[in-house]
Design a protein around this ligand. Structure first.
Ligand code: 4NP
Length: 157
């Protein structure tokens, strides 16, 4: 199963989602059953590691963020089984790419917070221009949603 997390810049939210999901896979000994990656709809930060503030918030919970930013491509719609977006802009952008890819697109495209149960928010807020609390909240949202996502994908684990 190949899972791709997508946000705008690929330096805050989607690298955090990738790290949270990888951490859960390690905890449940499922890492060999998944390919996990993240990408941005924009290309401004290509090649960069996750934002320092996002890494610090993740590290405080024992989570590492291995991501280097890249921009989503049409091939991703073919290569990944499941694409999870952080907000409605990302969702619209990825659905637009899927239309462009036509019959080559096979990915199931969903909003990550459709899997959240402890929070009623529908979008992961962009923490880039805010304070530390915003980065913590991103991890809170993603831990909840990614846990439920994995329970759904691997019910017996
Ligand atoms: P992300 O946050 O989409 O969660 O990676 C952003 C980081 C940087 C920018 C936009 C969003 N930016 O425009 O530089």
């Amino acid at each position: 199963m190949k899972v791709l997390f997508v946000c705008l810049g690929n330096i805050c939210r989607s690298p955090a989602a990738e790290g949270v999901f990888l951490h859960l896979l390690e905890e449940r000994n499922l890492a060999d059953q998944f390919v996990v990656d993240s990408a941005g709809t924009g290309g401004w930060h290509v090649g960069n590691p996750a934002d320092r503030r996002m890494q610090a918030a993740a590290n405080r919970r024992g989570i590492q963020l291995p991501s280097r930013a890249r921009q989503i491509s049409l091939d991703d719609l073919h290569d990944f089984d499941l694409i999870l977006t952080m907000d409605s802009d990302n969702l619209a952008a990825v659905k637009g790419l899927a239309r462009e890819a036509g019959s080559r697109s096979k990915a199931n495209i969903q909003s990550i917070l459709s899997y959240a149960t402890r929070f009623s928010e529908t979008e992961v807020p962009d923490p880039y221009y805010g304070g530390d609390a915003g980065f913590e909240h991103v991890i809170d949202l993603l831990e909840d949603a990614c846990c439920n996502l994995l329970n759904e994908l691997s019910p017996s684990a």
